[in-house]
Every structure is written in C-alpha cells, then in structure tokens.
Design a protein around this ligand. Sequence first.
Ligand code: IPM
Ligand code: MG
Length: 396
Amino acid sequence: MREEIEIAKTHFEKILLEQLNRVDMLKNVDDWIDFSKIHPIIIGIIQGDGIGPEISVHAKKVLEFLLRSHLDGGKVQLRDIKGLTIENRAKVMKAIPDDVLEEIKKCHVLLKGPTTTPRKGDKWPNIESANVSMRRELDLFANVRPVKVLEKKIDWMFFRENTEGAYILGSKGINVTDDLSVDFKVITSQGSERIIRLAFEYAKNNDIKKVTVVTKANVLKTTDGKFLATAERIAKEYTEIEWDDWYIDIMTAKLIDPARQAQFRVIVSPNLYGDIMTDEAAQIQGGVGTAGSANIGKKYAMFEAIHGSAPRMVKEGRVKYADPSSIIKAGALLLHHIGMVELSKKLDMALDICTTFEKKISITGRNNGATGEEFTNYLINTLNDSNLSEKWKKYQ
Ligand code: IPM
Ligand code: MG
C-alpha cells in the first residue's frame, strides 16, 4: 500500500510542478493579435475526419466567395490542412501529429472540421481529444458560443473557460489501486481572470448590462470558490454592469424556464459547466448542429462546428447529406474575429434566411433532403442577392 501512495505522490508532484510553471507563464500577459496589421492573414482549414472533409469543403467555398477581393488582393490566404484524422492520430499515438501541429501553427486562424474523439471500448486507442489538445497547445482559453432564439427573446453569449478546470488533467488522472481512481481539477487565478474579464469586456463593448457567473462553488469550495471570488473582484471594475451567480444545477433548469431564460445575456463559467450548458443551449436553439463555436486565444483562434464527426453517417454512406451549416456559422465567427465584421454579418443573415426564414431547401441528413453541396449553392445564391439585408429585415 505504501508503495502505491508513493507512486501517486510522485505523479501528483509532477502535476503540481507543471501547473506552477503554467501559472508563471500565465503571469506574462501577452497583447491581443492585431489583424489589421497582419498581411496576409492565413486561414487554415482543418478538414478533420468522418464528415469533416466534406463539410469543410463547403465552408471553404463560402469563404472563398465572401473573401474574393481579399484573396485576390493578398490580404487573406486560405490553406488546407489535412492529416488531422483519427487514422493518422492513432498511427502516431498523438492527439495532434507533430507535422500537422507545425502546419497549424503557421496559420493565424483556423476553421476546423470535426475530429473523432476515441472512447474506451471503440476500435481506436484511447488518445486525447484533438480539440482539447489544440486548445491547450494554442492556448485558446476562451470558448465563445452564441445562442439565439428570436421568438423566445433568447440572446445568450457563453464564455466557457477552455484550457483548465476538469479538462486540463483529464488524461492525467491516476488509478491509485484497482479500486481507487482520482482525477484532478485545476483552477488558477490568472486563468479565471482572463476569461471573466473577456466576458465583462464583451458585455461592456456591446452595451449589455448583465453578466452571469456559473459555478458549483457551494460544493467545490476551493477551485470553483476561486473562480467565483475572482468574478467578484473583477466585477467591481465594471460598475455599470450588474452581475449574478448561479450554481450549474439550477442554471441548467433556469435556461429552460420561460420566465427566466431571456434575462440571461452573457454567461461565464469554468470548462465543464460551459461544455454542458452550451449543448443544452444549442438544443434550445434547434440542435447542436445549429451552433458554431469560437476557441479564442490572444495569438491563435480556432472556429469549429459543435457537433462530432458522425461516423454513423459515413458508415451508412450519407456523407454528402451532412449539414455544413454549423461549420459555416463557425466561419462567420472567424470573419468577425479577424475584423471582417460586415462580411460576418452578411453570412449570418444568409444563414438565417436559408436555414430558418425562407428555407427553400432543407437538409435532413438523408436522401430525402438536400445535399450539403445543394445547400451551399443555395446559400451562395442568397449571399449574391443585392437585397440580402432588406430580405432579412422583412423576416424580423
Ligand atoms: C465540445 C466537445 C468537446 C469538449 C469534446 C469533443 C472533447 O464536447 O467542444 O464542447 O468536451 O470540449
Ligand atoms: Mg461539448
């Protein structure tokens, strides 16, 4: 028994040293990248696996259409990044193969197709999720997920901490004995501060008067306690913004409470609660396939569909019927991030028209619906319409 405890202690010591180094790095606060000064802005399109290569081709076509003059003028470059497939990752036993990571780091921003996350019992080795690894490697500390439901007056912006919490050591738990397993959750002052500040800054810049902090600080007194205490401290700097805090359990109930849901606007939380809430929120909006997700750091940023790689669609030969609207929506978030705000708005409007308002064709994921290519052509035709914004306003 003693020996097992010694092994666990050595493991824990190593983790603590790594995390203390991380805190030191977090103390050096970098400036945000300024895209107006970057020439060319390199957008990497990571195809992923499963339905990823198919839907990312459609997203690329839409970006090419919108960015035509910037591509011709040399302000923007699009670059395909292949090889982030489960087959390659399993071959080298890495969440992201080294050569792929090198290519990724040569880009400024990334649009990412889904990648398979192995789970115990499937045919793949149990390597770490490519998303989780990329968020850590590129320090993409903010997972920003908008959810809107016009008829319910829902307009939420989630800021999920993306690099620590229950995730950071998710692959480094320890089986002390056959019967005793321990995982670790990490919250740092610096990690909490930067995501909470981003949420408050977003509220301030968009004239939103309310920020909601979600934790389980009544039970996880140390880690969530720190997150909540940090929020309390930062909130004092934003006197014009009202803030409140909720525990994750009651928050998941209140998100579906018609009397309460529209009151939430900007929501900030540690990693795992944000993961759970944003799936719930996306479902309220119409399903996880309808949501886009931004993973933002001060240097790099990665934009992706919320859904997975849909291995069942691949197995059943339905890839061409996969819905590209989620990754295209992620493309709109990408355009916004690199400062092309008008193009981003245009794309959002066209998506609203094609997926909700006009919906001339619909995608079902099967051969009784449109293909991704047909949908993309419909979207591009809609974008091409010079009356796009009038058309959109008409539906409001
Ligand atoms: C998400 C996903 C990922 C996460 C998975 C694929 C590891 O659910 O982006 O929300 O849990 O963060
Ligand atoms: Mg999730």
